[in-house]
Write a protein that binds this ligand. Structure first.
Ligand code: PLP
Length: 390
């Protein structure tokens, strides 16, 4: 008898999709792939050079479980100055990606059967992470701005609610919370003694307004918030697997204790690379962000022209496109429409159902502008064919 718990975790629905895309590609078919969840840019050269240099010098030993002191110092400096979060190096635990930092945090603050509020549409790993920690996932609906607010939170809160996972900017919608919205949510959490895990991994990819970290809004909110961030998206460093949590001391101590028995420190070379990324940032990083913004603007223009509805993305590199208007007898849900678009028009998207909303599909613009143009032309063909058929 193998583990019931692990058996209950959903395998990634997107794996099947990837297999189909790869098969089409190997059959010589050109596929425009908009499923990708990582920047299509190279890791900036200054980061790679620094990692190589230290590798050559043999800096390859274990470090402190919570990360190299200098890196934690630099992260806390960034959080204080850029984000306005009061913290010091002992608030920080550096982990193997933001993913591990989130799982660590859930383990550190919850007990079995505690309830975790997860606003829809959500990043698909959150519910599965809750299963790992024996918590109960409570997915909650969105308001007219596709965000969660205190009226909704009040409806779903129970005596067992332990934590809210807030993803800002959001994957898959790209929406970003304003200071006022965050303050209301933060004060609500403080009043109800509920923790906030604030996943800010897409922080740098914020195009229209200044990004605000919820933990910066008051000492009380900072006290109940675990801020999650990392290097994957902002610095195109996905393969380095480097993320971190920032929390009050009693929580960071438990996170460190847990991590000490699982992975120990995050990869040493990656930590050095992360330190360089923060300390010696080059223009390459901002160039990447500008390019994402230009792509986003182009996609919005095209979708507007095609009269296709979508949630206006203010950040991250995704557009959540409403496709339920095109459901019919043949294609009845987001899985089927993604399969139809891939099989008939060679364009690949992620079905919204994996994010908890079957009316939408997610388009990633971590793809070249050429591919985006060609892919949107294919989408236009689909729309025209639909009109002809009706
Ligand atoms: C919302 C969100 N949080 C966390 C992560 C994980 O990031 P990392 O690569 O640092 O583990 C992702 C990756 O796709 C994400 O979309």
């Amino acid at each position: 008898m193998l583990s019931n718990k692990i058996n209950s975790i959903n395998p990634s629905l997107t794996l099947e999709l990837s297999a189909k895309i790869n098969k089409m590609k190997s059959d010589g078919i050109e596929v425009y792939n908009f499923t990708v969840g990582e920047p299509d840019f190279k890791t900036p050269r200054y980061i790679i050079d620094s990692a190589m240099e230290y590798l050559d010098e043999g800096i390859v030993r274990y470090t402190d479980t919570s990360g190299i002191a200098e890196l934690r110092e630099e992260i806390s400096k960034k959080l204080n100055t850029v984000n306005g979060i009061k913290c010091d190096k002992d608030s920080i635990v550096v982990s193997t990606g933001a993913k591990q930092a989130i799982v660590n945090s859930l383990f550190a603050i919850t007990n079995p059967n505690d309830e975790v509020l997860i606003p829809k549409p959500y990043w698909l790993s959150y519910p599965e992470m809750c299963k790992l920690t024996d918590c109960k996932t409570v997915t909650i609906p969105y308001n007219e701005q596709y965000k969660v607010d205190v009226n909704i939170l009040d409806k779903y809160k129970t005596d067992n609610t332990k934590c809210l996972i807030l993803n800002n900017p959001s994957n898959p919608t790209g929406v970003i919370y304003s200071k006022e919205e965050l303050l209301e949510i933060g004060n609500w959490a403080v009043k109800n003694k509920i923790f906030i895990i604030s996943d800010e991994i897409y922080e740098r990819l914020s195009y229209d307004k200044k990004f605000i970290s919820i933990a910066s809004l008051s000492d009380e909110i900072n006290d109940i918030t675990i801020t999650i961030n990392g290097f994957s998206k902002s610095y195109a460093m996905t393969g380095f697997r480097l993320g971190y949590s920032c929390s009050r001391r009693d929580i960071s101590k438990l996170i460190k204790r847990l991590q000490g028995h699982i992975t120990s420190n995050a990869n040493t070379i990656s930590q050095i690379a992360g330190l360089t990324a923060l300390k010696s940032e080059s223009v390459e990083v901002n160039d990447m962000i500008d390019e994402f913004k230009a792509r986003r603007n182009y996609i919005m223009e095209q979708l507007d022209e095609l009269n296709i509805k979508y949630i206006k993305p203010e950040g991250a590199f995704y557009v959540f496109i409403k496709m339920s208007d095109f459901y019919n007898d043949k294609v009845q849900n987001s899985l089927e429409i993604c399969d139809y678009l891939l099989s008939n028009y060679n364009i690949a998207f992620v079905p919204g159902v994996v994010f908890g909303d079957d009316n939408f599909i997610r388009m990633s613009y971590a793809a070249s502008i050429e591919d985006i143009k060609n892919g949107l032309n294919k989408l236009k063909n689909f729309i025209q064919d639909q009109k002809m058929a009706n």
